[in-house]
Structures are given as C-alpha cells and as structure tokens.
Design a protein around this ligand. Sequence first.
Ligand SMILES: [Fe+2]
Length: 219
Amino acid sequence: MSRMLTVDPNEVTIFIDPSRLFSIRLYIWDPAMTYPIHAHGAWGIVSCVAGAIIERKYERIDGGERPGRAEIRELGRNTLRPGETTVVLPLYQGIHSMESASQDSPSISLHLYGRAVRRGYLECFDLHKKTVYKVIPPYLYGRACVLKALGAVREDWAADILEKAAVDKKAYLRYEALRSLAQLDREKALSYLEEEIIKETALKDELAILYKTIKQLSD
Ligand SMILES: [Fe+2]
C-alpha cells in the first residue's frame, strides 16, 4: 500500500513530507538490474542498505539545442556498499545511472530526495545513440502513446480528440497532444501553445521549444 504511482516499479515510498520538502524511498534491485542513465527533478542522497550498487556519473556536453538529442560523457564510477552514500544534484548537474552489482541476491538502496524543481517525468539518456527521452509514470504512459499515435491519423476526429487533450490537467499530456495536433493543424496548435508558454508549468521549457519549432515551420 505504500507504493506511490511513480516511474519506478521497484520503488517503495517510505515517507513524503506533508509540505513536499523531501521524501524517503527504498529501491529494491534484483541481481544485475540496471537503471538507465537519467537526470532527476530533485537533489538526492542515496545510500546502500544491502548488497552492492554501482553508480556511474555523467556530464552533458552538448548545448541541448536539438530536441531529443543529447551527448553525454562518463565522469566516473563508484561501487556503494552498505552504509556508503552518494549525492545527486537536480537536472543536468546530476546525470547518473545505477545498477545492482550483486549477482545472486537483491540489493537495497535508501533515497532521500529534496523538493523537485521539475515534476512529472525523468529524462533518460542513451550514451551511444546520443538521444534523450522522457520517462513518465506508467498510469500516464498509455494515454501519452495514444496521443502520439493520433498525430499520424489525418482525420478531423483525431484533431478533435487532441484538442480536448490539449487542455488536460497533466502538463505532459498537453505537451504530447500539442505535438501531435501540430502535425494535423499547425495554426490551432500554435494558438494553444501561445497560451501555454506564458504559464508556469512543469514543461515550460519544452513547450517553448515546441512553439519555436512549429512557428519556424509555419513562417
Ligand atoms: Fe537517480
């Protein structure tokens, strides 16, 4: 019952400060389980409780100008054993990956996370393909997939559904809806985006880039 609907199926939420200042979570790692390279929305202190966990730290070396593309470089790696601790900073200052170093029994880590400066998704990186992609909680993922697919359906009804989703409560779903709507009706997508980019949302920067990209296409 203490599991929150987060991105990670191996997470157990232990405590969330009522004012959302910090949270404490346990992660249970099957032997040899690897977590992709990612950037957090919050700072964190991570400690190994059982087994052994390898952490690799990375830095981003491109300027982030091209949506979906990212170049990163490994800075170093460290194996955490019970009682040992590492820290991560938010966003691109804290890009890292973790994996269980134990081959036969689960590893456990305890994570203290601060207040998120960005909510709703993680950014994951592929070192070799030089790409970056968003990972959202599973309960949103199905809806996001449908919104992505609707952009390829060149029918009015698809645009109608996307327009409804363009005012969804969840910023991430609005983002995907507008990205798809832009493929069907650029002008309509732009008018929604003009309202979006003046709001304070979890995806303010991404929405601004999307607006700029679509605007360039229509000019
Ligand atoms: Fe992490």
